[in-house]
Design a protein around this ligand. Structure first.
Ligand SMILES: [Fe+2]
Ligand SMILES: [Fe+2]
Ligand SMILES: [Zn+2]
Length: 371
């Protein structure tokens, strides 16, 4: 009896937390942020020593300089890839749906950026990184939309514009807190793209996702070092970092159009957050906070998505090499990407023109692209 009551209370708390998640970056955050911070402080109570690796890390005062030279070595242009090789017919219904979810995240660049740059403007390191980062993210935006075109599911012109027109409420004013938010979303981008890429049967898309995952990992590592350096200076900054993680901070909360869409995207992403991703995540938490908080996160990730149909485990505990279902995902609003409000007057964000024009400027001659 007590057990049933407890699990009922647990479920209620969990679904309240999921809905709080959908609103935690709206104006309601004046109310919710202190709560998240209080929970973070509670979880970090006592004298948790700094992670020894973090404490002894020699982190340069300017991380941008080495990032820049790395970035220039690895630079590529997605239009040089041969999209004729794409085989979207090999995707499952879920994977086709997932393409829209990942494309949405990468369509938010322009909307989220003014908040980032505003917070970073007095930090030469972060402001310069912003410029390089933005260019790198454009490959993801263009690549995903070019692939949707191949899928025959190009977004209506107004859809992209609607995302861009979002009055995005900045994550925070403090540049270091914004850096922590970006760190978190780059980490999730890396983990989800990597696992999604290892599930898809289209070798072209698998390669593109692996490339994008690598880019997100590099972005993650940059921000992680910025955050680690701040923790070395001020160990209490760990509570802010944990707050950002508890909020599952990402652009989706503000660009998805409605709370039900936010939750749909959360569940689409969480499907690809399996045991390897979970363990990697805990390793990062341990590095940053000095404790993985495994017991807490075991609870936190429960019940977000249905168990794996192959092993019966919650996805974050599932170690199946291949875990896809053949079904379309059970989400509330699968056609969200077709739903665009008509926006007044030009300019329209015509993704069709973008994707067709783009390939005309590819560095490879047209013959080599099979044209
Ligand atoms: Fe990206
Ligand atoms: Fe990124
Ligand atoms: Zn499984």
């Amino acid at each position: 009896m007590l057990e049933t009551l407890r699990s009922k209370a647990d479920r209620t708390l969990r679904s309240a937390a999921m809905y709080a998640y959908a609103f935690n970056q709206s104006r309601a955050k004046v109310l919710t942020d202190p709560l998240y911070l209080a929970v973070a402080k509670l979880l970090l109570r006592g004298d948790i020593p700094l992670n020894p690796k973090l404490a002894s890390a020699k982190i340069p005062a300017n991380l941008y300089l080495s990032y820049r030279s790395q970035s220039r070595r690895l630079a590529y242009f997605i239009e040089d890839w041969d999209f004729e090789q794409a085989k979207p017919e090999l995707l499952t219904p879920r994977q086709r749906q997932m393409m829209h979810t990942v494309a949405l995240g990468e369509t938010s660049g322009a909307a989220v950026s003014d908040g980032f740059l505003r917070a970073f403007r007095t930090s030469p390191e972060l402001a310069a990184f912003f410029g390089t980062w933005f260019t790198e993210e454009l490959n993801h935006f263009l690549g995903y939309h070019a692939y949707l075109e191949k899928m025959g599911q190009r977004w209506p012109a107004e859809r992209g514009l609607q995302v861009a027109a979002t009055e995005f409420l900045p994550y925070a004013e403090d540049p270091l807190e914004v850096a922590a938010c970006n760190m978190y979303q780059e980490l999730l981008g890396f983990l989800v793209y990597r696992q999604f890429g290892s599930q898809v049967r289209d070798p072209f898309l698998a390669k593109m996702l692996a490339q994008f995952a690598k880019d997100e990992l590099r972005h993650y590592k940059f921000y992680q070092q910025v955050v680690a350096r701040q923790i070395q200076r001020d160990p209490s900054f760990r509570a802010v970092v944990l707050k950002v993680i508890l909020k599952a901070t990402s652009p989706y909360n503000q660009i998805s159009g409605s709370a039900r869409n936010v939750l749909d995207h959360l569940q689409m992403g969480a499907f690809y957050f399996r045991k390897p991703e979970y363990e990697y995540f805990l390793g990062q938490v341990e590095y940053l906070l000095g404790t993985p908080l495994r017991g807490f996160f075991d609870w936190y990730f429960q019940g977000v998505v249905a168990p794996c149909i192959h092993c019966g485990q919650a996805p974050y505990r599932c170690a199946c090499e291949s875990f896809e279902d053949a079904e379309a995902p059970a989400i509330r609003n699968p056609e969200w990407w077709k739903q665009a409000r008509p926006l007044e007057g030009p300019p329209q964000f015509d993704l069709d023109a973008w994707t067709t024009e783009l390939f005309k400027n590819a560095a490879r001659p047209a013959a080599a692209r099979g044209a």
